[in-house]
Structure formats: structure tokens, C-alpha cells
Design a protein around this ligand. Structure first.
Ligand code: E4P
Length: 217
């Protein structure tokens, strides 16, 4: 399963990319709005670091505006993926952009029916938001299960990009269900590494080693 980082922070992307586990990046207008500088230049820098899919989202809500912005975003770098919202105009824009060979990530997906529509118009990625469903007492991972099943039934090429991951259990459940990608904020990627027994174990190994060296000296 691929791991994407969900951030616009170049510093965080550099840190995680250096660990060798990063496959791509997702951004959204809220995340990019927090970063200083021009968003196009920031996206270009991110592409140069990651050399994998980087999603940049349109802010237009009408079909013509989404096409204009989507084509502009796609020109930033060969790794750019255009993110459009799961609205009627977004689905229509996805079909046109995909027909032009531009990769599209359809975002803000909350039902299996929406995911089916995105696959039908050639989306490269569908982004179901598990955390935001959990927030309203609806099981986000059930949505992932449904989408994975539906896509497998028809061999859709659209990749399931599990978004709005709030903790490592979301990532593990996504992997168990066979989702293609989990996108996580930097703090959640960091948490994937951690277990107290790893730290305790390492400390003990090193102490034992030092003791033995002291005896031999
Ligand atoms: C996905 O592409 C979105 O940017 C993101 O995962 C949303 O996560 P949030 O619900 O934590 O804002």
C-alpha cells in the first residue's frame, strides 16, 4: 500500500521523504492556505522533492473554471494530479480532464455511489474521507470496504486513496481492506513508527552491549 502525506508543508515533506517511505502528497486549499509563498511554486517544489503524484485542488466550482484551473495545475509539473470536488461540475470536469490525459483525484467522497460516479468518468484516484465520517458517528472504514468491493467487481482502474486519516488504525484498516493509498498528516505518519517496546528494547540492547564492552576492557 502506498503512503501519501497530507500537507502543504515543504519542511515536513522533506523530513518524511528522507525516510524513504513516501509515495506521494495530497494538498487541499485549507492546507495550502497555511503556507507562505506562491502556491504554484510551492507545488512545484513538492513535486521536485517527492517525484510522485502530488494533488493540487481547484477552487473554482463551475465546470469551465475547473477546466481552466485544472489545466493550469497540470502544467506545473508532470507529477501534478488535479483534485476536483465530487459535485456534478466536478464529475463533468473529471471526464474532460481525464480525456486530455490529465490525472484527476476526485475528493470529498462520502458515499459508495459517489465513488462509482468518479470511477465511471475515469478518475485516477477517489478520496473518501474516513475521519470526517467518524466525526459524525458514521463508520468511515465501511465506506472503504464498499468502494474496494465495487471497484473490484468491475475492474475499475481508479485507485482508492483513503483520506482524512486521523490515526494509525485508519492506515492499518485501509491496508487490510486492500485500499491502494492512505494519505495522512505528518503527525500520523510519525505515529506509524512508534511503539514503546521498540524504544525500551533498543535501550536494553545498547546498555547490555556497553556493560559487556566495559568488562572486556
Ligand atoms: C485529502 O486529500 C484531504 O486533504 C484530507 O485528507 C482531509 O483531511 P481532514 O479531514 O483531516 O481535513
Amino acid at each position: 500500500m502506498k503512503i501519501f502525506i497530507d500537507t502543504g508543508s515543504i519542511k515536513d515533506i522533506e523530513t518524511i521523504a528522507a525516510l524513504g517511505i513516501l509515495d506521494g502528497v495530497t494538498t487541499n486549499p485549507s492546507l495550502l492556505a497555511k503556507e507562505p509563498g506562491d502556491f504554484r511554486q510551492n507545488l512545484k517544489k513538492i513535486c521536485d522533492i517527492v517525484k510522485g503524484p502530488v494533488s493540487g485542488e481547484v477552487t473554482a466550482t463551475d465546470y469551465a473554471g475547473m477546466l481552466r484551473e485544472g489545466r493550469d495545475i497540470a502544467k506545473i509539473d508532470q507529477h501534478m494530479v488535479v483534485k476536483v470536488p465530487l459535485t456534478r461540475d466536478g464529475i463533468r470536469a473529471c471526464k474532460t480532464l481525464a480525456g486530455e490525459g490529465i490525472r484527476v483525484n476526485v475528493t470529498l467522497c462520502f458515499t459508495p455511489a459517489q465513488a462509482l460516479l468518479a470511477a465511471k468518468v475515469g478518475a485516477s484516484y477517489i478520496s473518501p474521507f474516513v475521519g470526517r465520517l467518524d466525526d459524525i458517528s458514521t463508520n468511515g472504514m465501511e465506506l472503504i470496504r464498499d468502494i474496494v468491493e465495487i471497484y473490484a467487481n468491475y475492474d475499475f482502474a481508479t485507485e482508492v486513496l483513503v483520506a482524512s486519516c486521523r490515526h494509525p488504525i485508519h492506515v492499518i484498516e485501509a491496508a487490510r481492506l486492500g485500499a491502494d493509498i492512505a494519505t495522512c498528516p505528518p503527525a500520523v505518519v510519525d505515529q506509524l513508527f512508534n511503539h514503546p517496546l521498540t524504544n525500551i528494547g533498543l535501550e536494553k540492547f545498547l546498555k547490555d552491549w556497553e556493560k559487556a564492552q566495559a568488562v572486556k576492557a
